[in-house]
Design a protein around this ligand. Structure first.
Ligand code: AGV
Ligand code: CA
Length: 332
């Protein structure tokens, strides 16, 4: 009798724990929207290496740092190295929804990266990112997080569709809230308050912000705290032992010059890390809005208690914890 009682108690406890933990093996669904620059590739590598995530698709914002074809090739190189070529990828349109802001062509690093050995089918070059995003959201049983690492052109088109209700959170690298922007770095007299990702398609950024889709913003205020320091670069070198760590080290090494001039940050990698570990920094709600016009302030974020929308904004970052994550998920 005693034995049966104990068995029943055990059975009961087991049922409760299953109920609390309905799908212990369920992975968190993620979509990455990226302009496939060099730190985007590190961010993608980081996310692919996090075991608790399931990356459902990678879409290219082709009006950012890279055009569609080199961007696809860059992303495919990462998928090959990490043996995850089954993940669907698609290009978005190559122009902003409105306006004519563009990246300086010399910043396109894909030629330097020399990753272009693979061939791309002409079908992959069709700008069907928005269709892929809609499909993934439609078939997904649970809500999906989107990690946005470039201009938000694709997302602004996506949120016109009712499937936007399946978006749980957009983690966005972009903007400068209480610090100067980076668009003016090459020309200090020009729009010194905007950040590149929002500047390239300010109209799309405004649509996304005003849509009320939940946004967690990782602006320059946060990313300025995680530079590619020379010291950390040396640490990465000594950790580059596996095939994939060597690949990522090589990517970084190709940009040694920028790292030495202190112009580089782990912009997108920090955003990916925050999406997976919110305790890497602290955030608070701010009421924000994106300016589209006039040109001198186009793409700039302003705090506006009346007309702004509530957004989770990251401020202070625990730099050591973040660097530790890079070593653990990109270099081991
Ligand atoms: O503004 C930061 C965004 C991030 O998504 N990008 C780089 C990251 O991928 C644009 C950018 C700012 N400064 C740059 C950038 C620079 N000096 N070189 C290339 N891209
Ligand atoms: Ca980027």
């Amino acid at each position: 009798m005693q034995f049966i009682k104990a068995l029943l108690v055990l059975l009961f406890l087991n049922l409760i724990s299953c109920g609390l933990n309905a799908h212990p093996m369920m992975k968190r669904a993620i979509i990455i929207d990226t302009d496939a620059a060099f730190d985007d590739l590190l961010a993608i590598g980081y996310l692919l290496n996090r075991p608790e995530l399931s990356i459902k698709a990678i879409t290219i914002s082709a009006d950012g740092e890279e055009n569609c074809e080199p961007a696809l090739k860059n992303v495919m190189s990462v998928l090959r190295v990490l043996k995850q070529t089954q993940i669907p990828i698609a290009c978005g349109r190559s122009t902003p929804l409105r306006g004519n802001h563009r990246f300086p062509q010399i910043w396109s690093r894909s030629q330097q990266l020399n990753l272009h050995s693979q061939s791309i089918s002409s079908r992959a070059l069709n700008p069907n990112a928005v269709a892929l995003l809609k499909k993934i959201l439609k078939v997904s049983k649970e809500t999906v997080d989107i990690i946005a690492l470039g201009p938000v052109t694709n997302l602004a088109e996506l949120i016109k569709s009712p499937v936007r209700n399946k978006i749980h959170m957009v983690y966005l690298m972009g903007g400068a809230v209480h610090v100067p922007g980076n668009v003016s770095n090459k020309n200090p007299n020009y729009n010194n308050l905007a950040e590149w990702n929002l500047y390239l398609d300010p109209y799309a950024a405004d649509l996304l912000f005003s849509s009320r889709v939940p946004i967690t913003l990782v602006p320059l205020d946060a990313t300025n705290q995680v530079p590619f320091s020379l010291r950390f670069y040396q640490t990465l070198k000594s950790h580059a032992k596996t095939v994939s760590a060597k690949f990522f080290y090589q990517l970084i090494h190709q940009n040694e010059q920028e790292i030495k001039t202190h112009a580089w940050y782990f912009w997108d990698v920090l955003t990916a890390a925050i999406a997976t570990d919110p305790n890497i920094g602290t955030s608070k709600i701010e009421y924000l809005r994106v300016l589209i016009k006039p040109e001198e302030t186009s793409g700039r974020i302003i705090v506006d208690q009346q007309r702004g929308v509530p957004i989770h904004v990251y401020g202070k970052i625990h730099r050591q914890l973040f660097y530790h994550h890079i070593l653990q998920y990109l270099f081991s």
